[in-house]
Design a protein. Structure first.
Length: 135
């Protein structure tokens, strides 16, 4: 099983955009979130996933500050890692803003391998937030 981490750009951002709602769905099980009245996991009245993606576009508008990585396993999209640098950090050089591996790839060292690759791409001080789970 080959795990790769690649920086996305405007031509490949749609892959992370496709995966992002799955991430929010998984977090809803941890935090007890419910979708809004339009079926989108957002607090406001975001009506469509396309609307959600437009807000999320900041990740591709600041290429020297924000780093949106796609995680692949054997060439198949498996998750993402969103890395921020100042001014979007909290006292560290790098902040793992979001990190997600889809369920079919869990328990197979994909997350560990991908995280190591991301950390290796950005040596320095890191802040990583974790969400408690029952698993």
């Amino acid at each position: 099983m080959k795990v790769t981490v690649e920086l996305t750009d405007s031509s490949t951002k749609f892959i992370i955009n496709n995966i992002y709602p799955l991430y929010l769905h998984d977090l809803s099980g941890i935090w007890g979130w419910k979708p809004n009245r339009y079926g989108v996991y957002e607090e406001d009245d975001t009506k469509t996933l396309n609307d959600q993606n437009q807000v999320f576009d900041i990740w591709w508008e600041k290429p020297t500050i924000l780093y949106p990585y796609l995680i692949r396993v054997d060439g198949i999209p498996a998750g993402f890692a969103l890395v921020a640098t100042p001014p979007y950090t909290y006292g560290s050089e790098f902040y793992m803003n979001e990190f997600f591996v889809m369920k079919p790839f869990r328990g197979k060292h994909v997350a560990e391998n991908a995280a190591s690759q991301v950390f290796d791409k950005h040596p320095g001080s890191w802040e990583v937030q974790t969400n408690a789970t029952d698993r």
